[in-house]
Design a protein around this ligand. Structure first.
Ligand code: SF4
Length: 213
């Protein structure tokens, strides 16, 4: 593994080059409150943001509070979110989450990692996503794109998302954590795709140790 200062320099260059390329600076999920963002983020596992937004357009009109989700029969909720995939697990997580929000947090979404991680179906990725977008708390969101790109870019040697999060946190100032995750997600979708990375189109080709895979 390269030393920390080499990885820091590379992360800095990658940030500076890709930051102006991907100008959308908000998550593509649509929401009007931390609660809606939490539900949308749970639905976004293994699903595109576009499809989640299609589903939540109706869903958020019908269910406005944790109580509304609790009152709905699970079969009905499953039907509403079916097209996002893994709908049985997601419906269970949403129900469990809403119950915890009501029982522990007065129906409000907590604004800290520790409490968010107590909610069913909420891991560090979801928690970081909610904390960053809804409460402005810095964090590295390690989804499938961030994981793949950090490994390819030589920013980590780890494969576990929690370890990757810690590794990348050491490379950039706190103020850049959230934006760096978003940049990598956009770059992973547009250029550095899982099956066939488009090296020839890549703006950070010269800094990437995997530019010949
Ligand atoms: S050079 Fe290739 S592997 Fe490296 S970031 Fe760009 S597309 Fe991905």
């Amino acid at each position: 593994m390269e030393d920390l200062s080499t990885r820091k320099r590379r992360a800095k260059r990658i940030f500076e080059i890709l930051d102006p390329v991907y100008t959308m600076d908000k998550t593509a999920l649509e929401y009007r409150s931390p609660f809606e963002l939490l539900i949308a983020t749970i639905l976004s596992a293994q699903c595109t943001d576009r499809q989640v937004n299609r589903v939540t357009k109706t869903l958020f009109g019908k269910y406005r509070s944790p109580e509304d989700y609790m009152k709905a029969p699970i079969s009905e909720l499953e039907k509403e979110i079916r097209s996002t995939g893994f709908y049985k697990n997601k419906a269970k997580s949403i129900k469990g989450c809403c119950m915890e929000l009501i029982n522990r947090y007065g129906g409000r979404v907590p604004d800290n990692m520790e409490d968010l991680l107590r909610l069913p179906g909420v891991g560090r990725k979801t928690a970081n996503c909610v904390l960053g977008a809804a409460f402005g708390v810095p964090g590295i969101v390690v989804d499938t794109h961030v994981k793949r790109l950090c490994v390819r870019m030589g920013l980590t040697e780890n494969n576990h998302p929690d370890r990757i999060e810690k590794d990348v946190e050491r490379l950039l100032p706190t103020s850049r954590w959230r934006r760096f995750s978003d940049i990598l997600i956009y770059h992973g979708r547009a250029v550095c795709k899982a099956r066939k990375p488009a090296h020839e189109l890549c703006q950070v080709f010269h800094f990437c140790p995997s530019n010949d895979i």
